[in-house]
Design a binder for this molecule. Structure first.
Ligand code: IVH
Length: 688
């Protein structure tokens, strides 16, 4: 291949990878592979300047500017960092700096957080503006959204801050939040985010800051900028920033020698595997600010800092087969079966292939040796193929054209990468998927039926849709294998109890595309009843919080289907709640009953529960005694409390029971309880 052909090939590939990353949200290759290809192209373009092209991917200055926010000019440009994957190159940086300084140099080593860059502007100790990197010169003003991030102080502590300064850092989404968000998105038929970085960047650009607040972004700050700042070193500036309440990582270290730096990098590469957020390298910075100024910067990056990027942990293994699974929404997802291989501490046997575009782009074939990588996702992904070991005679992998479960011809919706099975009412995994969603905990919470039992009931012709659940015959249930009288009566009891589940959860349980838990709550509150919702025009629908054209269209489509209307009528006759119940707030519903709370809860923090008990006329007690009426029991409730309650005959109730007591459409918590625990546990870790 001539250099020119090679240059063209690289440009074409890089453009396609860029499109997949930024437009489709499904990166096809790892960051390192991308960086390596980009570097190769840069070198070729330098060696053969006659082929220069202003449209080459090497000329592209990354930009996150959108037209939805006000673009503002950075007072100090937001530069990026030069980066390397090689310790030799890092050593060159070190030697150059030491040479120019003419003596010993102190460096600060930090983690490189893998999120999205932000500049926070503080005036007189108050946050006045938050701006994205944009193209480095202009950025988007995302202040309203950043104000929702709890680790960003709106007012600084102390009084020795400069009257004006900016502090730069990284906004990120912790793995835990990312996994939950993606699970929720997949539940309602939304494409999942490819990684926590994209999720953080996407969230920061949402129009509605109250949605941003629910996404639980976090922030680490790592660079103070301004004029006549009262510090002599970078370390000092960050220590000061920390004392003003700004969130600075405690994983940074001062290094005096090359060996110190290497030790930091090695330690950090180990440490990051246990961190609750994504990092992709370490950043080495000259500590003294006067030396930083002396070293200056190039057009793009400072000459006093460099990023050393970690290689993502990857493994090479054989692709044995590809399976196509059909979800509740009919989306068909290809999943790779792999020869088992060790990766980041677990054995990997399956990997995601995302969609048809991804398969075509990677050109993966059965029998190929493929690279797998984990990126904060539970399921690892295939990032490349080792072409040198491709077996002779292999053939390209074809995406299926018919549903693997019901045979219907697959369809693709405009603007979406996934193929769908359109046979909504006749395709078994879609039917069972809808039933499983309906009975799930956050929806109707029907105990005694899980995926297995739902499948069994379906296969035995006892349920074909969600309304059939309320016509189930306990005698027939008891006759099924693995079930019996006890299971049958549990199921019947649970179904009866579900008649009290508030309207907002019934609406969520219907499984309307794009209508997740929060959206269902907003819609229920806004319209008050299903009748009002069904009669709403598209213009009226978008009046509800967080409902845009996409959700409005999905709701209209759902209610336009006569089959859905029939199911709803049957559910109505079965006695489910199709209107928001009267708010009993401020009344004495709990009639002075006393409660002890133990454990953690899904929808409310313990403080919220206590406040509800007060508000609705109950009493909070700290310990179980013969005066206690109810033990409100969450996950990991104290065994001593439970035993005592049982001994004294105190009634044990769940969060659901409690909500039912309040008749509670209006009662919803922040669902923070569980997460706080997870976060405080991991904060204990120390470096090295
Ligand atoms: S310092 C002028 N420190 O990585 C120097 N950047 O790939 C400003 N990043 O644009 C950057 N962790 O968004 C610095 N500890 C850290 C960092 C960090 C992550 C990001 C930042 C930067 C990008 C470069």
């Amino acid at each position: 291949m001539s250099p020119r052909e090679k240059i063209e090939e690289l440009r074409k590939k890089l453009n396609e990878y860029n499109r997949l990353y930024y437009v489709e949200n499904t990166p096809a290759i790892s960051d390192m592979q991308f960086d390596m290809m980009l570097k190769e192209l840069q070198q070729l373009e330098t060696a053969y300047p006659q082929y220069a092209d202003p449209n080459s991917p090497t000329q592209r200055v990354g930009s996150d500017l959108t037209n939805r926010f006000e673009a503002v000019r950075h007072r100090y440009p937001m530069m990026s960092l030069s980066n390397t994957y090689s310790l030799d190159e890092l050593r060159e940086f070190y030697d150059r700096v030491v040479n120019e300084a003419g003596g010993e140099v102190e460096f600060v080593c930090e983690l490189k957080f893998d999120g999205t860059a932000i500049s926070l502007i503080y005036e007189n100790g108050r946050l006045v503006q938050a701006v994205t990197r944009g193209d480095g010169t202009m950025g988007d003003d995302v202040t309203a959204n950043v104000r929702t991030i709890r680790s960003v102080p709106l007012v600084l502590e102390g009084d020795d801050w400069p009257p004006y300064f900016e502090i730069r850092g990284e906004i990120y989404m912790p793995y835990e939040v990312f996994r939950k968000l993606n699970a929720e998105r997949e539940e309602i038929g939304e494409a999942p985010f490819a990684n926590p970085r994209n999720a953080a960047a996407g969230t920061l650009k949402l129009q509605n800051s109250s949605v941003v607040a629910t996404r639980r972004l976090e922030c680490f700050l790592y660079n103070v900028v301004g004029e006549e700042l009262p510090f002599r070193s970078h370390w000092e500036s960050l220590e000061k920033a920390r004392s003003w309440g700004l969130r600075v990582s405690d994983k940074m270290r001062l290094c005096h020698t090359w060996d110190d730096i290497v030790r930091y990098i090695e330690g950090a590469d180990e440490l990051r595997k246990g961190l609750p957020y994504a990092t992709d390298g370490a950043v080495v910075k000259v500590n003294r600010l006067d030396l930083q100024r002396e070293l200056g910067s190039t057009a793009k990056a400072p000459r006093w800092a460099v990023a050393y990027k970690f290689k993502a942990e990857e493994a090479l293994t054989e692709l044995l087969s590809v399976e196509f699974s059909v979800g509740r929404t009919g989306a068909v997802t290809p999943v790779a079966n792999l020869a088992p291989v060790q990766l980041a501490g677990t054995t990997v046997k399956r990997a995601s292939l995302h969609n048809a575009d991804q398969i075509a782009l990677l050109d993966v074939r059965i029998g190929d040796k493929v690279y797998v990588e984990k990126g904060g996702e539970i399921i690892p992904k295939i990032t490349g193929v080792d072409l040198s070991s491709r077996p002779v005679g292999s053939i390209p992998l074809e995406f299926i054209s018919n549903c693997p479960k019901c045979g219907a011809k697959l369809e693709r919706y405009e603007g979406e990468a996934a193929w769908y099975c359109p046979n909504t009412s006749g395709c078994p995994p879609q039917i069972v998927g809808r039933i499983v969603h309906f009975i799930s905990r956050k929806a109707m919470n029907i105990e005694g039926i899980g995926e297995e039992t739902a499948t069994l009931l379906y296969e035995n012709g006892m349920i074909r849709d969600i309304a059939d659940l309320y016509d189930l015959d306990p005698v027939r249930i008891a006759s099924l294998p693995r079930l019996g009288d006890k299971s049958a009566s549990n199921i019947m009891e649970s179904l009866a109890a579900s008649r009290n589940v508030p309207f907002s959860r019934v609406l969520y349980a219907l499984g309307i595309r794009f209508v997740g838990e929060t959206t269902a709550r907003n819609i229920a509150e806004h319209f008050g009843s299903l009748d009002a919702l069904m009669n709403a025009s598209a213009e009226e629908l978008v009046q509800a919080d967080e409902v845009g054209d996409k959700i409005a269209a999905s709701l209209r489509e759902y209610f336009a289907d006569p089959e859905n209307v029939r199911i709803i009528d049957r559910l109505r006759r079965a006695g489910l709640q199709f209107a928001v119940q009267e708010r009993k707030r401020g009344t004495d519903v709990l009639g002075g009953a006393s409660f002890v709370i133990s454990g953690t809860f899904r929808r409310h923090s313990r403080d919220e529960l206590k406040a509800l008990i007060d508000e609705y006329g109950g009493r909070n007690l700290a310990a179980v005694s013969s005066n206690t009426d109810y033990l409100l029991e969450g996950a990991n409730a104290g065994p001593a409390k439970l035993a005592k309650a049982d001994k004294l005959g105190v009634k044990r109730i769940s969060e659901d029971d409690f909500e039912a007591m309040l008749g509670a459409d209006a009662v919803h918590g922040s669902g923070e309880a569980d997460e706080n625990i997870a976060v405080s546990n991991v904060r204990q870790q120390s470096l090295f």
